[in-house]
Design a binder for this molecule. Structure first.
Ligand code: IFM
Length: 794
């Protein structure tokens, strides 16, 4: 059958045509761009589609985007979906939790680790590359259930001779230090010598900056090599060791080559048409962050793995994933795209979450890209953490402990700026010191050149201190982990409260406390006074400080008094906290319920968003930074974000329904949800669904869902938007399922979008698992079924 320039069999054509129709229907419904990665629901029938991301096209120009989407990881390491054999101009990236090194301007960054993927294949001297010869078939699949990335390529050499290659890779979830790669080569009509070369390449950089220097490299026998390197500034040692095992129809000859920077194992064998050669590369990776001698650890671990083959490693890896998904999965029936999008988001958060340690946390772009240099923002505590609080509390604890271990950096920042307590870094890395770059080059359209723009967030986007305290309390409330709270949590809440107490100023004329010169979540407006989000969160932080201190005094008076002494907290100071709570300005109009986003917001010029549609850039890019400051255009929800968090925390003081509705109606049309911050749509969806505005909710949800799957912002190449991924989970659980957190457990008040025939997930609340299985017939509120068999209630 010939259709355009597509030639195929009749049955293949029928399948393609029906997929095409479905695609077009979905694009029209969604009004969005055709997806660049063709998702499996469009391609194949059956239940597996809900767990598979399929890329059927190789686009040389969009590799960055696909590399991000096809990132694999295990909570210790993340490896982007670069090709084993490389591609001209592309750079493989592997990031290890907490492995930072210094770099100019942005202070410090996660270092791109030596490339463990390196695997080259030559057929009678001709190297397999996608930009040479002829690619006859190509498909990549990421199996979200098992975290295995597969690539199938049918390739004809420039000199003729076709082979079929199937690559598989995974980062073991069972043993975080083990990375596995398999390549199966089947000859279609090639007859000759196959050479397989598996190396560890230290020739990697972070966008041109090289962090490594060699410590040692070499081989142990003909099939094993290692490379040990050290970061230039922080002197952190990393070692990788690898073995190559090749099984083919003819005898295999190995030789280890100790090439500078890239030790490698080479294997040769012969194939004939119809025969298959299988190459298994097993890599171990350790850093000095976990062990005294990474090299010894990497070689020892590899030695211990000699008795285990690929199948065996896969089995334990798959089993670990199965256990993980049992608690984390969300099922949406009736909307395959939503179902897959949420699972894709969960997958990316799960592979980036620090499962094995508490001295690192999830960077804004997870471990899937170099964007934001691996720095940790409020994205982590406010957007991503809730998933873990309710499904993997131990991981949530690790993430919060990262903030505890980096308190000293936050204290240094407070002192440097003339405040007290802990002033959490807007961008945080290994030590908790501020790592936000002060100046960044930005392309200015009107001038047709790059200009340096001053970034103020590190100085004045301060709400993050309260956000961290909020997250601590959220975790404690949901888990009842009193030991964590007593030993670490209270200190974090008190230290951040102490910061706010030193940060507010008394305005005698207006008879109120104020917080001046800040940036709120809406970064379109900087240097503003009394940003509602900042003030609201600061007040909550102070209030909660007093509450948790009383709790600790009751539970453990000695500990409380030690802490009070250490933090220099005395009764008069606490009385002042209460005074600040009572007099901190919130901008709330009692009559209308409206909260002014910051002093003077109402006087700014309004803009009709519709007049600028269709639009594919942010308003800030359209109008310029200065001009946008003068307009009522929000980059992301600000007042609404505050109300969302307060309502979730059960604080009725600011977040009653009348107030939320009034502000919803006012701020929604002023928020650039389509092209503003990627943090906006998912939370807007959650709030909309809680208000019963289901159409708005599902539209925002889809916007968020497309962020990385369809690269709608065009910057997925820099890494997964972790906050969007976490926000998507919140949109489903707190939004569409309408989970209310009551003292007797989570209760659902569902608002399912049209077409959703079932929404199912599990939540852990104070040590008990609650199963939610919501259908459209559920009306009113619905209690989760307690999952544990010995529970006395359901
Ligand atoms: O933390 C966010 C911020 O809210 C908006 N700009 C991007 C940051 C990192 O994702």
């Amino acid at each position: 059958w010939v259709h355009g320039d597509l030639k195929c069999t009749w049955s293949r054509y029928q399948t393609l045509r029906s997929n095409l129709r479905r695609n077009v229907k979905i694009w029209l419904q969604k009004g969005s761009l055709p997806n660049r990665v063709k998702l499996a629901p469009f391609g194949k029938p059956g239940d597996m589609n809900r767990w598979t991301i399929t890329g059927t096209t190789f686009e040389a120009d969009h590799q960055g985007y696909q590399e991000t989407v096809f990132t694999i990881g295990n909570g210790y390491v993340g490896t982007r979906g670069a090709f084993e054999e490389g591609y001209p101009g592309r750079q493989p990236v592997t990031l290890v939790h907490g492995l930072y090194d210094d770099v100019p301007i942005v202070h410090t960054e996660l270092v791109n680790a030596p490339n463990w993927l390196d695997l080259n294949i030559e057929l009678d001297g001709q190297r397999f590359r996608l930009d040479k010869g002829e690619v006859l078939a190509y498909e990549r699949q990421l199996d979200l259930r098992s975290g295995v990335l597969t690539r199938c390529v049918r390739w004809r050499r420039p000199a003729g001779g076709t082979v079929h290659l199937v690559f598989e890779r995974f980062a073991s979830l069972d043993d975080p230090h083990v990375l596995v790669l398999r390549c199966r080569l089947t000859s279609v009509d090639f007859s000759g010598v196959v050479m397989i070369q598996a190396g560890i390449s230290g020739i990697v950089d972070n966008q041109g900056y090289r962090h490594w220097q060699i410590v040692d490299q070499g081989g142990e026998g003909p099939r094993q090599v290692y490379l040990t390197v050290e970061t230039k500034a922080t002197a952190t040692v990393l070692s990788e060791a690898a073995t190559l095992t090749v099984n083919g129809p003819s005898p295999v000859a190995y030789v280890a080559l100790n090439c500078p920077w890239t030790p490698m194992v080479t294997a040769h064998c012969k194939v004939e048409p119809g025969q298959t050669v299988t190459a298994d590369k097993i890599v171990t990776l350790f850093t000095a962050r976990e062990v005294a001698s990474p090299q010894t650890a990497a070689l020892d671990r590899l030695a211990r793995l000699t008795s285990r083959d690929y199948g065996d490693l896969r089995k334990t890896h798959d089993a670990a994933w199965q256990v993980l998904w049992e608690t984390c999965d969300v099922t949406i029936d009736g909307d395959a795209e939503a179902d897959l999008a949420v699972r894709f988001s969960l997958f990316h958060l799960l592979i980036a979450a620090p499962r094995f340690e508490e001295r690192s946390s999830i960077p804004a772009k997870t471990l899937s890209g170099l964007g934001y240099r691996g720095h940790v923002f409020w994205d982590t505590e406010i957007f991503m953490l809730p998933l873990f609080v309710y499904t993997q509390p131990q991981i949530a604890r690790n993430m919060l402990m990262y903030r505890y271990h980096t308190l000293s950096g936050a204290r240094r920042k407070a002192i440097a700026q003339g405040y007290e307590g802990a002033m959490v870094a807007w961008e945080s890395a290994a030590t908790g010191d501020e790592t936000t770059p002060r100046w960044v080059p930005v392309w200015v359209q009107e001038q047709g050149e790059e200009q340096l723009v001053r970034i103020w967030c590190g100085d004045i986007e301060q709400h993050i201190s309260a956000d961290v305290a909020y997250a601590v309390h959220h975790y404690w409330r949901a888990t009842g982990d009193d030991e964590f709270m007593a030993d670490y949590g209270v200190e974090m809440v008190l230290e951040t409260a102490r910061f706010w107490a030193s940060r507010v100023v008394w305005n005698a004329d207006a008879n109120r406390y104020e917080i001046c010169d800040v940036i709120g979540p809406d970064e379109n407006h900087d240097h503003v006074d009394n940003n509602a989000f900042t003030n609201g969160m600061a007040r909550w932080n102070l209030e909660t400080g007093l509450t948790v201190l009383s709790w600790l005094q009751e539970r453990s008076p000695a500990k409380a008094s030690r802490l009070m002494t250490a933090l220099d907290l005395y009764p008069m100071m606490l009385a002042r906290w209460q005074q600040i709570i009572d007099y901190l300005y919130l901008g709330l109009d009692d009559d209308t319920g409206l909260i002014e986003q910051f002093d003077g917001f109402y006087e700014l010029e309004t803009v009709s968003f519709d007049a600028y549609e269709p639009r594919d850039i942010a308003f800030q890019a359209l109008f310029g930074i200065e001009e946008t400051q003068r307009l009522q255009i929000l980059k992301q929800p600000d007042v609404l974000m505050l109300l969302y968090l307060m309502e979730l925390a059960g604080s009725t003081r600011a977040a009653d329904e009348v107030t939320i509705r009034a502000n919803w109606a006012y701020y929604t049309p002023r928020t650039d949800l389509t092209h503003g911050s990627s943090l906006g749509p998912a939370i807007q969806a959650a709030l909309a669904a809680r208000l019963g505005e289901v159409d708005e909710a599902i539209a925002c949800f889809r916007l968020a869902a497309d962020t990385d799957l369809r690269d709608v912002r065009g910057n997925t190449a820099e890494g997964i938007h972790g906050a969007t991924a976490g926000g998507l989970w919140q949109a489903v659980v707190f939004g569409f399922a309408g989970i209310r957190l009551t003292n007797s457990g989570p209760v659902a008040e569902p608002q399912l979008p049209p077409g959703w025939s079932r929404l199912a997930f599990r939540l852990c609340w104070r040590g008990r698992w609650y199963e939610f299985d919501l259908r459209p017939t559920n009306r009113g509120s619905s209690r989760g079924k307690i999952a544990s068999s010995n529970s006395d209630a359901s």
